[in-house]
Design a protein around this ligand. Sequence first.
Ligand code: ADP
Length: 484
Amino acid sequence: MSNIPEKWLHPALFINGKFQEAKNGRRYSVTNPANGEVVGSAPSASPEDAEAAIHAAYRAFKPWAGLAAPERAQILRKFYEEIVAHQEDLAQLITAEEGKPLSEARGEAAIGAEYVAWYAEEARRVYGETVPGVSASQRILVLRQPVGVVGAITPWNFPVSMVTRKMAPALAAGCSVVLKPAEKTPLCALALADLGERAGLPPGVFNVITAEDPEPLGRVLLDDPRVRKLSFTGSTEVGKYLIRESAAQVKKLSMELGGNAPTLVFADADIDVAVAGVIASKFRNAGQTCICLNRVLVEASILGEFGRRLAAAVSQLQVGDGTKPGIDVGPLINAEGLAKVQSQVDDAVGYGAILACGGKRIGDQRGHFYAPTVLLNVTPQMAIMHEETFGPVAPVIGFHDEAEAISMANDTVYGLASYVFTQDIARVFRVSEQLEYGIVGVNDPVPTVVQAPFGGVKESGFGREGGHWGMDPFLETKYVSIRI
Ligand code: ADP
């Protein structure tokens, strides 16, 4: 049974510290991807609401930035405590609107809270520098100051932790935030606003606007010169659009975009660890994370055995409604997600791939479930080898030596996460250094932790979130030269 508070199911927009309906009075339904039932509803804000949110954030910015760092830290710490106190309700809400199994949703709520705790501490460590001057009379100070109003745009696949990973460092740095969460998962973001209000965030410091159509709100964030920074996580396509459109005002940007993560399994790997790792990386959130492995590259001498063991393990995964016990893989987010996965599988099979397991939708038409799938005999021309999959499908392809593996791994426009399974320490260094990726997980299929820098290279984006690196995107560097 769900314990989700009723007010989290039909929330209002959160602007200037007040919950308020959209000016046009519109709302839209939020549905559960496991069964198509309506979970609740969210306001469909208009551009006017977005302007009001920016106005509130702009007014709140200077007083918030002017607080002593420990004062901001204390409020963020209370925010963390509120999230922890409501962690189970948040987990239930994540599963209801996004679909991931409750065990994963609990993990997300926990790491979501941890980002806030981490940045509450990091707020105190925004250090400047002094630099020796060019003459005896010059003193050089380097100050770090908050950039101003931040527009944050977040995806649906981690509706709590993607919000806190941006909001917490922004607030810690002294910025104010206008958050536009994904239209499919507005409820978690507004629940976080409720918890922020309870924690005593001053009005206007954190605003949340939701809408069924993101484009008009995005337009306001792009066009308003008071928004000095956009922090975006989502598709490469929308990221490129935001990069182009923000050029007019030279806004600061952080872009965490798509991926096409390779996993390199060498013959010297512990095969049990590699099989378990591939499953953890690929089938978490039904394959809908930007760091999910997309391609499994296996050394030729173990290819047959690895494929058999992987398929045997994947066929055991339990698929179903994430609120039920023992479920490993939940639904895909919607019908389009399902159709894209099916088309990649059909394309691969059309080119001669062998379906070792899965390969089809399961359950009735109301839930968007796809059977965990392993494809063998995969070749480079198949779409699944170069497009992001975002579904529970593991394509397996062979390689002959380390150089070929690295070249295949880097043969993509993306560069977010990559994985390596090996027990050879020299190879760990060689391969990690040559992979053109922002993240390398060595015998580690789930590398996301709050203290490490998360982000990509190439078309996977720029900027890092997490650890002390996660503060940098919200800080400007000012140089003060003093003659005495
Ligand atoms: P996905 O395909 O995984 O839903 P998107 O890139 O479409 O990824 O969505 C990521 C975030 O970007 C969501 O919050 C979505 O609402 C937002 N978004 C999508 N299109 C636009 C746009 N034109 N302007 C601003 N935000 C957008």
